[in-house]
Design a protein around this ligand. Structure first.
Ligand code: ZN
Length: 126
């Protein structure tokens, strides 16, 4: 599976992880901007890279991005809308056969690209 904030933070027994989940309703009270950012998959995790600072966050299922480092100050603290790929399920399924470190996807890679990569590296995939 490809981890999201929800799946990851629920199994990590750290106060920081619990706070990320419990604070989410507060984060969602912020204004929603028309600005967008894209989600990517890195080492089996759905992430969003902050467009304004070097930080990245796990993707939440609500598809709203709020950077815990810079607090989205560049857009007045509003939330970004996260753009997900149309073929999210297919992308996730194609990455399942890979080792965690090779579960990577980012726009504009296509499903066909992933199929081709899987075929190229079929000997490394059990
Ligand atoms: Zn940031």
């Amino acid at each position: 599976m490809i981890e999201t904030a929800e799946t990851y933070f629920q199994k990590v027994d750290r106060p920081e992880a619990r706070r990320r989940l419990s604070d989410r309703p507060l984060v969602l009270k912020r204004e929603l901007s028309n600005k967008t950012v894209r989600a990517k998959i890195n080492h089996g995790r759905w992430l969003v890279l902050c467009p304004n600072c070097p930080s990245a966050e796990f993707l939440f299922n609500d598809k709203r991005f709020f950077c815990s480092e810079c607090k989205n100050e560049a857009i007045g603290g509003e939330l970004y809308r996260v753009i997900m790929p149309m073929k999210k399920s297919q992308i996730e399924a194609l990455l399942e056969s890979r080792s965690i470190s090779n579960r990577n996807w980012q726009y504009p890679e296509t499903v066909d690209d992933l199929i081709r990569e899987n075929e190229l590296h079929s000997k490394e995939i059990e």
